[in-house]
Design a binder for this molecule. Structure first.
Ligand SMILES: *Cc1c(COP(=O)(O)O)cnc(C)c1O
Length: 394
């Protein structure tokens, strides 16, 4: 166990944008005794989980449940529908888009990167017009897929996926639409079927309020069709055997039985609260957080007013301040974990997660810790962000 020699009283404020806090109901369900994953009880349970997860993706189509982190599910998506050498368009929104693209390169894909023209693409949502224009030029249909990140966790920008689908259709192009909603699912509105997504990649430890360890691929009829003639070497990630086993509520390999108890419980909680209510709660907390940022006189990494993430807020620190020093102070002094700046904004920004099992007062605690830590760094805020957020929330 961690910190056996340094007990910290009170609760830990985990405000990184994933893993997010796991509700005690979910923790308790994970601690039920492990059962036979080939036994009769598990098949009934497996079918319930496979049906339940479709509601979260807002799909009627099959969802793969992997024992993996989000990265494994990225790989699962690519190796089932793309062949080595395939030309694939990746839209750069930030660090996670870049990591996914690098993974694609390692799998032998011929990767092309696009972004927001004339701007720092890490501060904007996906510009669907860029995708439409590029696909229009591809008259030979060499591009096999378009990969975009729904909620870019490194920058706090949520992109309009319906607009990307429209762009692909407007260009009359057959490219598959593959979307990463690892940190969006369960927190930001996400509609796999309505938005015509072919494969959605997700994971357990962000909006679904679970520990890390489960990954997902939501499929489309077209993606399944394409996967049948796919030539990539794959075994663990292959959809065919999983789809077959899933028909009776089982998996070809040992699934994460206990994490799946947690998933069942978390989905039950989410359906009780209602997806619309959950999305509205996240929007409201994110708006409160942005009021605080404005009051402090700091800049949001997202310059895109329409695309500020309901999941997290990425905040640029003033010139000369080290964001990781501020984070260190918040952790050591207030037992508050904030997200680090990733990739090219390391040290220049920090992130506040307000996702999953989060409410007004947990956000207020985080904002209070940030405000005190900003003061400790010698920064004099324009006004109190805590008061501004309270005014908004009351
Ligand atoms: C967390 C995250 C991932 C990676 O997931 P791991 O579980 O760390 O492998 C991928 N994409 C996005 C947008 C994420 O937030």
């Amino acid at each position: 166990m961690l910190k056996l020699d340094n007990h910290l009283s009170g609760r830990h404020f985990l405000h990184i944008p994933g893993p997010s806090p796991v509700p005690s109901r979910v923790l308790r369900s994970i601690s039920y005794q492990t059962i036979d994953h080939r036994g009769p009880e598990f098949g009934v349970f497996g079918l319930q989980v496979l049906e339940g997860i479709k509601k979260i993706f807002q799909t009627k189509q099959p969802v793969m449940i992997y024992s993996a982190s989000g990265t494994g599910s990225w790989e699962g998506a690519l190796v089932n529908v793309l062949n080595p050498g395939d030309h694939v368009l990746f839209y750069e929104t930030g660090h996670f888009a870049n990591l996914w693209r690098t993974l694609g390169q390692r799998l032998g894909l011929n990767v092309e990167v696009v972004g927001k023209p004339g701007q720092d693409t890490w501060r904007w949502g996906v510009d669907a017009a860029v995708i439409e224009e590029r696909l229009m030029k591809d008259t030979q249909h060499a591009i096999k897929a378009v990969c975009v990140v729904h909620n870019e966790t490194s920058t706090g920008v949520t992109s309009n996926i319906a607009a990307v689908r429209k762009a692909i259709d407007a260009a009359n192009h057959p490219a598959l639409l593959i979307v990463d909603s690892v940190s969006g699912l369960g927190s930001a509105d996400y509609r796999h079927d309505d938005w015509g997504v072919d494969v959605t990649v997700s994971g357990s430890q962000k909006g679904l309020m679970l520990p890390p360890g489960i990954g997902f691929n939501a499929l489309s009829a077209r993606a399944i069709e394409v996967s049948k003639t796919n030539k990539s070497f794959k075994s663990y990630w292959a959809w065919d055997e999983i789809l077959e086993s899933n028909k009776t509520g089982y998996w070809p390999t040992t699934p994460s039985t206990n994490l799946m108890y947690g998933l069942h419980e978390a989905m039950d909680m989410m359906m009780t609260e209602g997806l619309e209510t959950i999305f509205a709660r996240h929007q409201r907390l994110a708006a409160a957080c942005r009021h605080a940022v404005d009051a402090w006189g700091l800049e949001n990494q997202s310059q895109d007013q329409d695309c500020c993430s309901p999941v997290l807020t990425c905040i640029k620190v003033p010139e000369g301040m080290d964001a990781d020093k501020l984070r260190k102070h918040a952790l050591e002094k207030f037992n508050l974990s904030l997200g680090t700046g990733l990739g090219k904004i390391k040290g220049k920004a920090f992130r506040i997660g307000h996702l999953g099992d989060c409410n007004e007062l947990s956000l207020m605690a985080a904002l209070s810790g940030v405000e005190m830590s900003l003061g400790a760094m010698g920064y004099k805020p324009k006004a109190s962000g805590v008061v501004a957020a309270q005014e908004f929330l009351k």
